[in-house]
Design a protein around this ligand. Sequence first.
Ligand SMILES: Cc1ncc(C[n+]2csc(CCOP(=O)(O)OP(=O)(O)O)c2C)c(N)n1
Length: 552
Amino acid sequence: MTRAATVLANTLINHGVDRVFCVPGESYLALIDALYDTPSIDVVTARHEGGASFMAVADAKMTGKPGIVMVSRGPGATNASIGIHVSQQDAVPVIMFVGQVSREDRGRGAFQEVDYVKTYSDMAKWVIEVNDADKISECVRRAFVIAQSGTPGPVIISLPEDMLLDETNAPALIPAKIYQPKPNMDDILEICDMLAIAKRPLIIAGGQIGGNKGRNLLRIVSETWNIPVATAWRHQDLFNTNHPNFSCHLAFNMPPIFKDTLNESDLIIGIGTRLGDVVTQGYKIPSAPQPIQKLIHIYNDSKPLGNVFQTDLAIVADATKTLELIATINPPEVPKERLDWISKAHALSADRFKWEISKASDGVPFGNIIAHIRDIADDDAITTVDAGNFATFVHRLYDYKITNLQLAAVAGAMGMGVPAAIAAGLRAHNRQVICFVGDGGFQMTGNEISIAVERNLPIRIIISNNSSLGTIRLYQERLYPDRTLATNMTNPDFSKIAEAYGVKGFKIEKNEDIGEIIRQAFEVNGPSLIEVNSSLEYLAAYINISQIKESH
Ligand SMILES: Cc1ncc(C[n+]2csc(CCOP(=O)(O)OP(=O)(O)O)c2C)c(N)n1
């Protein structure tokens, strides 16, 4: 007989889990104790469960396998919910283990009791409370299958405290095989027929195009079939942004020229993307419900297919496998019009990269920082990008090569930047990790830099400090002019805070400092943080405050 907690830990090992992110709690002490005997699993202690769940999301984005998070009941579980929401919105597999009150007290409103099935049903793909120790391994195995099948997402496993101590004869199971839907050759031929007659086709590429293999195949299909590629929101890293076939990154609030140009296409192929709100620029590329061009939509789950857009060809299939098969078909000769179309689509991004070093009276325009870092960063650097207006400069100016990785919440949650950098630093030892975060986002989860100090992770954190929740300020300027409320912040000295944590702190206060400070900070053996005194006037990549004021 073996303790349920030990069977659980052994099942995780069988599933290849080598790292879990947690904040410990008395409600699942037996599981923590079981992990004491499994040195192959690295237990990372976050300072806040939100940080832990963000780290699990980031880890999953890097490995393609479920990120694992463990939290205590009630307060721990509710703190962690932000990462569960991101896991759902970003379609990333995450498994969260949550402590629960003992079975005899369930339903009494016991200390920190929460009904996780009710609480998480809207976000998670599956929520299960394991009341029988004999079922623990079976449930964990099923969690891995569910988290990774169809649209990937979160699974919650609730662990009653006393159940973890029960003894069981049920063995620790090995993983079930996950079956991703494959396209059939008829579908592929139909795609190729439509492509062959299209004059201005466009690929919208999404996050389910997995890993280096998928990215390479995307490039091959784009090149052999001469199709420009637009990448889905926060998936710029799927395609080399300097490639002549790169069109643009479908980010928030793009100038209308992007939508207008892309809608000149006569065929859109949405692949590995659900074609959601931001990607489609508010359901306008393609336009809902009836696109103005032909639409092929390929996704590994039937749910998003055909439910918003009138779709000419909908295929439930794995994106990478589909690209692999398209790449086996020889395209017909390219019509000249197609090459003109590629140039036109690419011009969108060529303009995007133009950036004049600008001066502002109220600080450093954050675009100047990004324009510098893109030139000196390693080709395979991992960037983690929090949510906020500062990120518009990263999305506009950063030069993603095919080996770069961008870890950012598609869900737009603030607070993911620093935890994602920790997760990246732990996994990718020999790669540069650069975190871009606003002063607002940093104050949500910046405390997780403690882990960078504990583990001596050479991550670089760049804070855009404009003393404002700038994104919301921008909306206020647009929609409620001269009525700024709740968006100004009195901030601490972030470089000193960094030093107090044991992180080498730097400050950039004027344009002339940029090169030298970044050079010094990037040479630190261990974590470093640069606080940029950012211009509030130049708070976003495509518009500034004076321009909005003038437009009223
Ligand atoms: C967790 C969370 N809370 C609130 C928001 C709404 N929100 C979006 S951006 C933003 C402000 C971000 O401010 P900051 O990090 O300072 O970056 P800036 O926009 O100033 O560049 C807020 C409050 C959000 N997206 N996520």
